[in-house]
Write a protein that binds this ligand. Structure first.
Ligand code: MF3
Ligand code: CO
Ligand code: CO
Length: 267
């Protein structure tokens, strides 16, 4: 298959799917409070996707070697790195949770995630969440024709590690379009000037998973999905889907409720 580029019609399809995914997160935001269970968050999302006329890409998703994913989104709390399955444990004050939404609209995929802080959280947790957000954006602002994927990975890794955090290696961003996980892999670490060169029309996600402690991860329990930090430290993640334009990038998963870019991102 290789890396696909999207024409104007594909880009329009991706814009719509991306915005809808972000609007699911907007809709959930007011509900994500102490006491709500991640299963209720999942149910609210499923209901909202139905209203939108979108379909969850994660419900029943089954890559080779995995059981079918059982929910309409992922909820990864505290030391859960990614792919947390919604359940009956209520969120409590001090938790940090990543909510990761992927929808399909007219055959196009939009994939985005945000962190939510439940009530007052520790200064350390807040710092991890904010540095991870900035790490994602340090990757995004690299994006333009002619740069290479290694430039994105390096920008993220340098920023995260200089702040005393570590970058998860086992999971990465990905091409996205008419498929969920397309080529290329978008590593969140690496060396400048290496790997694939970006060309206009490419669409992929940038979704760094950053740990407060060591970078190592392991599977948790036997659900076949949940990934946690080996050292039990907190982990955070943010995700956008981006398009390579003629001159730079366009973030495809923005909505009215998206947090603004950090100050270092120029108009
Ligand atoms: N949305 C995740 C990503 O960013 C993938 C989740 S797959 C699932 O690539 F099956 F766990 F939902
Ligand atoms: Co995602
Ligand atoms: Co993704």
């Amino acid at each position: 298959m290789g890396i696909t580029t999207k024409d104007e019609q594909g880009i329009q399809g991706m814009r719509t799917a991306g915005r809808l995914a972000a609007e699911v997160l907007d809709h959930l935001t007011d509900h994500i409070k102490p006491g709500i269970t991640t299963r209720e968050i999942d149910r609210l999302a499923a209901e909202f996707m139905k209203k939108q006329g979108s379909v969850s890409a994660t419900l029943g998703y089954q890559p080779p070697g995995y059981p079918p994913y059982p929910a309409s989104l992922c909820t990864s709390v505290n030391n859960v790195v990614c792919h947390g399955i919604p359940g009956d444990k209520p969120l409590k004050k001090g938790d940090i949770v990543n909510v990761d939404v992927t929808v399909i609209k007219d055959g196009w995929y939009g994939d985005t995630s945000r962190m939510f802080m439940i009530g007052e959280v520790s200064i350390a947790a807040k710092r991890l969440v904010n540095i991870t957000y900035e790490a994602m954006w340090h990757g995004i602002v690299q994006v333009k024709p002619g740069i290479r994927l290694g430039d994105i990975g390096w920008a993220i890794q340098k920023f995260a590690e200089s702040n005393g955090f570590s970058v998860v290696r086992e999971f990465c961003g990905h091409g996205i379009g008419r498929g969920f996980h397309e080529e290329p892999q978008v590593l969140h670490y690496g060396k400048p000037g290496t790997l694939e060169e970006l060309v206009p029309g490419m669409t992929f996600t940038i979704e760094p998973m950053i740990n407060a402690g060591r970078r190592d991860v392991k599977e948790f329990g036997n659900d076949g999905w949940t990934i946690v930090t080996k050292d039990h430290s907190l982990s955070a993640q943010w995700e956008h889907t981006v398009l390579v334009t003629q001159t730079g990038y366009e973030v495809m998963t923005l909505s009215a409720g998206s947090p603004p870019p950090p100050a270092f991102v120029k108009g």
